[in-house]
Design a binder for this molecule. Structure first.
Ligand code: ADE
Length: 289
């Protein structure tokens, strides 16, 4: 039988077959992402430029030099008008895309929260078919569960805490609890803490949320993780959740104030953690993580 045309050949045809080659980093806030963009020397894709063309140009250059094959798996574009931002580049053996939901068109602030996170994750998976997703960001931590400011957590599980649907089975759908991709070797090598992550669309926490977070057995709380996990699972893409603690939810400081006071210093710790993780991932297969 004739071999498939180059555009249909899987990336396994490239040298280092099986090694992770495309990593998608999903972040919510520009302040969290900027140090990583600089560290990895990523370049911003112009808003009007299609992700399709940019990827194809890079890959055709790379693969022409190496194996003489050219992958044309990129069939979707970021639609015109979406505020999503994408930074991209090659770091060691990896192709990195770092995406954010961008600024809200009306208020000009970062589009934090589950809706924007799910949208940009969906569009990015369609556009670049990553081997691995890293959702990196800040989180609130529960001191009763052992969290402290600047801790770096890898989430073992994710769930929602503000989707209350008190009807049998819909209740479980609302909570949406799922295990994340297990990465025991990352944990062993990088010494992060492990805990369950609970996601909701508020920075603060009403009593109903608190009850649900307790029932989710969560150590950390964010505004994107479970939404990213939902989309990643939908397309069978392994996803890792790395979260840095900016505020202690069960402490005595007001959450918003503590979050803002610690954002810059904790972001520095997050960026060190993500860099170590990306360094560890280089040259590895998914099954090595
Ligand atoms: N991100 C940082 N701190 C948070 C908190 N307390 N709740 C939700 N997301 C957060």
């Amino acid at each position: 039988m004739a071999p498939p045309p180059p555009s249909e050949q899987p990336d396994a045809a490239a040298p280092g077959a099986g090694a992770i080659s495309r990593v998608l980093i999903v972040m919510a806030m520009e302040k969290e992402a900027t140090p990583l963009v600089n560290k990895f020397k990523l370049v911003e894709a112009p808003a009007s430029e299609s992700i399709l063309l940019r990827h194809q140009n890079e890959l055709s250059k790379l693969y022409r030099l190496s194996a003489g094959v050219h992958s044309a798996r990129f069939t979707t574009r970021f639609p015109k008008g979406a505020p999503w931002t994408r930074f991209y580049g090659c770091y060691k053996d990896l192709h990195l895309d770092l995406v954010m939901p961008g600024k809200d068109a009306v208020f000009g602030v970062d589009s934090v929260g589950t809706v924007s996170a799910a949208l940009v994750t969906y569009a990015s998976i369609q556009a670049s078919k990553p081997d691995l997703i890293i959702n990196a960001g800040t989180a609130g931590g529960f001191k009763a569960k052992g969290a402290s400011i600047k801790d770096i957590f890898l989430a073992s599980d994710v769930a929602f805490h503000d989707r209350r649907i008190p009807i049998p089975v819909f209740d479980m759908y609302g909570i949406g609890a799922r295990k994340t991709f297990a990465a025991p070797n990352i944990l062993k090598e990088l010494n992060f803490k492990v805990g369950k992550l609970s996601t909701g669309d508020s920075l603060d926490m009403c009593s109903e949320d608190e009850e649900a977070i307790l029932s989710n057995d969560a150590t950390i709380k964010d505004m994107e993780g479970a939404a990213v996990a939902y989309v990643a699972d939908m397309f069978s893409t392994p996803a890792i959740f790395v979260k840095a603690v900016t505020d202690i939810v069960d402490g005595d400081k007001p959450t918003a104030e503590e979050f803002l006071n610690n954002l810059i210093s904790v972001t520095a710790a997050l960026d060190v953690a993500v860099t170590k993780m990306v360094d560890f991932i280089c040259g590895k297969r998914i099954s090595d993580l």
